[in-house]
Design a protein around this ligand. Sequence first.
Ligand SMILES: Nc1ncnc2c1ncn2[C@@H]1O[C@H](COP(=O)(O)OP(=O)(O)OP(=O)(O)O)[C@@H](O)[C@H]1O
Ligand SMILES: [Mg+2]
Length: 276
Amino acid sequence: MTISVPAQSAASSPAGGTTAQLEVSGVDKVYQARRGEVHALSHVDLTIGRGEFISLVGRSGCGKTTLLRILAGLLPPSSGTVTADGESIWRGGKRNDQAFEHFGLVFQDANLFPWYTVADNIALPLKLRGVGKKARRARAAELCELVGLPGFENAYPRELSGGMRQRAAIARALSYDPTILLMDEPFGALDALTRDKMNLELQSIHAQAGATVVFVTHSINEAVFLADRVVLLTPRPGRIRSITPVPLARPRSLETETSAEFQEIVRVLRHELDEG
Ligand SMILES: Nc1ncnc2c1ncn2[C@@H]1O[C@H](COP(=O)(O)OP(=O)(O)OP(=O)(O)O)[C@@H](O)[C@H]1O
Ligand SMILES: [Mg+2]
């Protein structure tokens, strides 16, 4: 069974013939560090479809966070272009703020404000967009329900477990209906059981919200479980080594991971990761 395809083939286009929402073209990133230049990314080309779930994997230091930060508008590429819905998100090294209105970000650390309640943390992006208090409350309650935190609206972050804080961070990212959700190892610090639960929840959130997701992880299992396609980067400088479609039916359950098809995809990806 051939399940992995070279990066330059047609599989760098979205799966299932969906329309492109994010387009990365010829992206290079060179950091100017004190000890010299660090070539983090080299000629990355990737087209991501609307509503598609992409997992991004590769060895530590291969440029995953760098690519996500470029997509998120937090870091300009050294060369190449990134477009969201056909709009360039970087223009001559300057961020095009308009293009980011529909982006949601979740990082490894939940980054909640300790002096705000869960509801106020979740609704903060709405407050910054001038949404009134009543509408913010209603939306926060709805999102608490969606991410499995009902009744915790008035709790403070210190009263939550790590998994609950990550759920609140996901709710915050979803508060203004992002069409693109960028997630950098959001479940990296969680125990295996909580992580399984979060993966199931993220799958249903993705199905309900219909957002396009780019998800960075070190876990090949997690990457395959969640993704429509898994993008594997080579060691630094990160290039796309392979793009692997995951044609497993949805919704997926934890039993999916025991299927021969799932395990074969994981096996091939592990092998590629080992080879570098
Ligand atoms: N601000 C920076 N200045 C200089 N070099 C940097 C900077 N940020 C990252 N790098 C370098 O760029 C390379 C890619 O880093 P990046 O954080 O993107 O890797 P990563 O794939 O996310 O790794 P990990 O899996 O460990 O999170 C690394 O060699 C890193 O040292
Ligand atoms: Mg990283």
